[in-house]
Design a protein around this ligand. Structure first.
Ligand SMILES: [Zn+2]
Ligand SMILES: [Zn+2]
Length: 162
């Protein structure tokens, strides 16, 4: 089925109209129809560490009872009071939506060991390499840096020759 719009969270969502594969098992039980669903959906996510967009597949399996009669009126949308059959039909979308949103990662990672961003300059550390670093100077010694630069080999020598 094509994915309904607005399925997901800001960090991870199933794009609208993306193909969701469904395997359904419908069983007649005393109270109604017991539906067992295995859904596979493509998820467009943004890595919580390095902010890179990436795609992954998400599987979710759930079981829901659709009763012959609505437990409450109007029928509950969120599944709290269960789902109802509408005559001979059932609307799977609310149940599928709830199950899929719960299955989406709260903090998606482009890969389990994503190193994230450099805390100093913000470049993705995966691209910058493991030797990426910044010179950190103890603030108590920072004043000496100017002294070293002024009296370094290039400093006074150049000014003396000019
Ligand atoms: Zn990442
Ligand atoms: Zn950096």
């Amino acid at each position: 089925m094509p994915a309904p719009a607005g399925l997901g969270t800001p960090l991870a969502s199933v794009p609208a109209d993306a193909a969701i594969s469904l395997a359904l098992q419908l069983e007649s039980v005393t109270e109604g129809v017991l539906v067992t669903v295995t859904a596979t959906a493509p998820v467009a996510a943004e890595c919580a560490r390095c902010l890179e967009p990436f795609q992954q597949m998400t599987d979710v399996r759930f079981q829901e009872l659709f009763s012959y009669q609505s437990v409450s009126y109007p029928p509950a949308e969120d599944g709290e009071d269960g789902y109802a059959l509408h005559g001979d039909l059932l609307d799977l979308e609310p149940a599928l939506r709830d199950a899929l949103v719960l299955a989406l990662p709260l903090a998606p990672l482009c890969r389990p060991d994503c190193p994230g961003l450099c805390p100093d300059c913000g470049v993705p550390l995966a691209e910058a390499g493991s030797d990426h670093s910044h010179e950190h100077i103890d603030p108590r010694w920072a004043a000496l840096r100017g002294v070293v630069t002024r009296n370094g080999p290039d400093g006074p020598t150049r000014s003396a020759s000019s």
